[in-house]
Design a protein. Structure first.
Length: 436
């Protein structure tokens, strides 16, 4: 019975992948990264005078420091129980060595967005810096503001880092929002840009990498719904005096899983539609050089590999929870590709890149693609949400080299991992004709 349920889920996802508009579900035409790029009418040469700015939208994978205040108040405040005088002082707008980006903070490089911008000879800073109702105040850095200050630095022409950790596509209360994270959804990020700057410029490189948190939330909801359904069925049967047998409980769980997973697939497909809609809004507002990334397969991360209760999980085995996680990522990616087929954008294959890193780590100079280098269960990070947001060179697992490891925490790359994304992006830009 269990096999049939998971096989049915896989078939249902395949039938639901054909874009927004229906058509013949028995033989859909599915877009690929290659087909979107081949059909794209995006420019085939660099902007006149070269790129003048990088504008980034998305979530923690692209966040260049929105929550720096959280790390700064943790490590730089002598009153904090985790005060660390050994961490170099924060000199805004430079990154803070103690934390603020979702990686190993304090190394020579950081997030892939800032790496990419640096390679193009361009600066990029967060559009807003805040956490738990306090915002960076440029006129008095030691006294945070109670209201957001956009473009919080003197050189306001480079405050184009709109991506925020925890953000979803359209849901305001993203991951971490209840504990202080801003989590402006992508829809608000784009609107904030348009409110502040009016329109995009033809000399801007725009990057869009979003949807990871919609996937994680959808997966969590499956678990919640299945647990609730099984509990309800068991309680009702017990109250009626006919307790369910183990086989009956298994049947209830399978049916609940099938229904919940189908709902999750529909939810992430709708999120992909919304993301495509925001990309089209950018295009309508003069965006010319737009890079959109497919999501990496989160089932390959330490988080995904832990879903079976250990440190490994086979995402090709229909019996495993990481199979569903991988399935949801693929549903999202396929819907996004279908929606953007024929649009003047270029795609980056984030899904394929992570698969290659895991399969052939030596090709990328990696020796560890399984264990996080940040000591997320250690005495410091375990108190701070087990997140690389607070990870630095003082909170690493002994014996693991961040320069040859892929993951900082359970889902975020090390600077070495981010550097691979940046260099791959630069290579693709050259193939598109966008750089020399």
């Amino acid at each position: 019975m269990r096999n049939r349920v998971w096989i049915a889920l896989a078939l249902a996802s395949a039938l639901g992948l054909a874009g927004c508009g229906g058509g013949n579900p028995s033989a859909p035409t599915l877009a690929t990264v290659a087909s979107v790029n081949a059909a794209s009418t995006a420019p085939t040469s660099p902007p006149s005078g070269g790129f003048k700015a990088v504008v980034s939208f998305g979530d923690s994978l692209s966040d260049v420091g929105t929550y720096t205040l959280a790390a700064y108040s943790t490590y730089a405040n002598p009153a904090s129980p985790l005060y660390d005088a050994s961490i170099p002082a924060w000199n805004p707008p430079a990154a803070y060595a103690g934390g603020g980006q979702f990686t190993v903070n304090g190394l020579a490089t950081g997030n892939w967005v800032s790496d990419l911008a640096t390679s193009l000879g361009l600066p990029i800073t967060p559009n807003v810096i805040g956490y738990a109702g306090q915002y960076f105040n440029p006129s008095n850095p030691t006294t945070p503001s109670a209201t957001p200050i956009y473009c919080p630095f003197t050189a306001q022409t480079n405050c184009y880092g709109f991506a925020q950790g925890g953000s979803m596509i359209s849901t305001a209360a993203g991951i971490g929002n209840s504990t202080g994270a801003l989590t402006y959804p992508l829809t608000q990020q784009v609107q904030n840009y348009l409110t502040q700057f009016g329109a995009f410029n033809s000399n801007q490189l725009i990057t869009v990498l979003a949807g990871n948190n919609d996937i994680f939330t959808a997966l969590s909801n499956v678990s919640t719904q299945v647990t609730a359904a099984v509990t309800q069925a068991a309680t009702q049967a017990a109250q009626a005096g006919t307790p369910l047998t183990a086989d009956q409980l298994a049947t209830v769980k399978s049916q609940a899983t099938s229904q919940a997973a189908a709902g999750a697939q529909a939810t992430v497909a709708a999120a992909a539609d919304q993301l495509a809609g925001q990309v089209q809004l950018m295009l309508k507002n003069n965006a010319k050089y737009v890079l959109v990334y497919t999501l990496p397969d989160s089932s390959l991360t330490p988080f995904g590999q832990s879903l079976s209760g250990g440190t490994t999980c086979d995402n090709t085995d229909i019996h495993t929870p990481c199979y569903l996680l991988s399935n949801l990522v693929q549903v999202f990616n396929q819907r996004l590709l279908n929606d953007l087929q024929g649009q003047p954008v270029k795609m980056m294959d984030g899904f394929g890149l992570l698969n290659k890193e895991i399969a052939t780590p030596g090709q990328f100079g990696l020796t560890n693609v399984a264990a996080p280098v940040c000591d997320i269960n250690g005495p410091v990070l375990s108190k701070l949400g087990n997140s690389s947001l607070f990870c630095n060179t003082s909170t690493l697992v002994s014996g693991l080299d961040p320069n040859t490891s892929l993951f900082a925490d359970a889902v975020h790359p090390t600077p070495a991992g981010y550097k691979i994304i940046a260099s791959t992006t630069l290579q693709s830009m050259k193939s598109f004709g966008w750089t020399q």
